[in-house]
Write a protein that binds this ligand. Structure first.
Ligand code: SF4
Length: 358
């Protein structure tokens, strides 16, 4: 952990960042059935839905009013390929696929609001990435694990075609080839071994070495929730989190931001002693739709406790500064100019070594 903190300090200084964002769960239907998921709703559920453009804009306006800079689209994976109801609901909106609908909604947000879209749409093929690239400042997909064992019967990813590690690794690779500033990460405590965790971190780092596109890696701890398939599965301990974070900081290239969520452990401030430099997205408006039982921290309180730990909380955009500067070919010109404008408005200081002025 001490070595991890040294690496963090050398590259990221005494700053810890966060992104002020608003969440749009575009659809909660999904063709996968991960047994730790509470976000997903079966199409037969009265809660299953696809948000309309009007609903998206209403949420976006709330985000603008509360100073958010990012709109995060999170959604289940390709529900229309498995469920007739999802296909019909999309057809009613005038679309044949979720990704086409997402691309248009993303364009609307980019053009009609002050927010930068970040897209979290799971596995994507080349054409899908091409559709989204002009309108998204950054994209993301949790690799979660490289364990094929967890796809077997009785395991969390059984019957989940998008959770085949090879599919997720292919998406990471495609995002690199297509030059997308990309967020990924591990979900820990779902049955993977230490070797598998390390293998996943090494796979991410190797992909980044090929393409330079991994802007951040999230280490997320599995949360037990009532009603899910894994409701009695033990949660990872704080010690597991700290060890994984420190190992991640030492395996990953130092320019990759290391993030852990502040709302999934009461003792999250201890993550700072394992080398993290980012708290991820925090919303003053919308709940954490993936972990709805865990409230976001109040940003001012997080700033205070970060200060007490000897570090300074600083706001960042969804796309990291190096992709607006020396790696600007990663961002579409329209998105680039909007991002730079927002960055200047924020008047961000040069506190972060990889940040600084543009
Ligand atoms: S792929 Fe994502 S949304 Fe779908 S079931 Fe798994 S965790 Fe839930």
């Amino acid at each position: 952990m001490q070595q991890a903190v040294t690496v963090k300090r050398q590259y990221w200084g005494d700053t810890v960042t966060y992104s002020r964002k608003v969440f749009v769960p575009l659809t909660n239907m999904c063709r996968d059935t991960c047994t730790y998921c509470t976000f997903v709703k079966h199409p037969s559920s009265p809660e299953a839905n696809i948000m309309t453009p009007e609903q998206v804009m209403r949420t976006a306006r709330q985000g603008e009013e509360t100073g958010c800079k990012e709109l995060l689209f999170s959604l289940g994976e390709k529900p229309e390929l498995r469920y007739e109801q999802a296909k019909a609901a999309l057809a009613q909106l005038g679309y044949g696929s979720m990704v086409s609908y997402l691309a248009d909604t993303c364009e609307m947000v980019l053009q009609e609001t002050t927010l930068l879209p970040h897209v979290n749409a799971g596995t994507l093929n080349d054409e899908e990435i091409d559709q989204l690239r002009p309108y998204a400042a950054s994209m993301g997909m949790m690799l979660e694990t490289t364990s094929r064992r967890l796809m077997k019967k009785g395991q969390p990813h059984f019957g989940c075609p998008d959770k085949a590690p090879v599919q997720r690794l292919r998406t990471l690779e495609r995002a690199g080839q297509k030059k997308i500033p990309f967020t990924t990460g591990l979900l820990i405590g779902i049955g993977e071994t230490w070797e598998e965790r390390i293998e996943a971190l090494e796979a991410i780092n190797e992909c980044h070495a090929r393409h330079g596109h991994i802007q951040e890696v999230i280490i997320q701890n599995f949360q037990r929730k009532p009603g899910i398939g894994m409701e009695i599965h033990p949660e990872p301990s704080l010690d597991d989190m700290l060890r994984t974070l420190a190992v991640a900081r030492l395996i990953l290239s130092p320019e990759i931001s290391l993030q852990a969520p502040p709302n999934l452990s009461e003792r999250h401030m201890e993550y700072l002693s394992a080398g993290i430099n980012d708290w991820g997205g925090i919303s003053p408006v919308t709940i954490d739709f993936i972990n709805p039982q865990h409230r976001w921290p109040v940003i001012d309180e997080l700033a205070q406790s970060t200060q007490q730990a000897g570090q300074t909380l600083e706001e960042r955009l969804t796309v990291y500064p190096s992709y607006l500067r020396e790696k600007s070919e990663f961002v579409d010109p329209v998105v680039l100019s909007k991002s730079k404008g927002l960055w200047e408005q924020m008047g961000s200081s040069a506190a972060v070594q990889s940040g600084g002025s543009l």
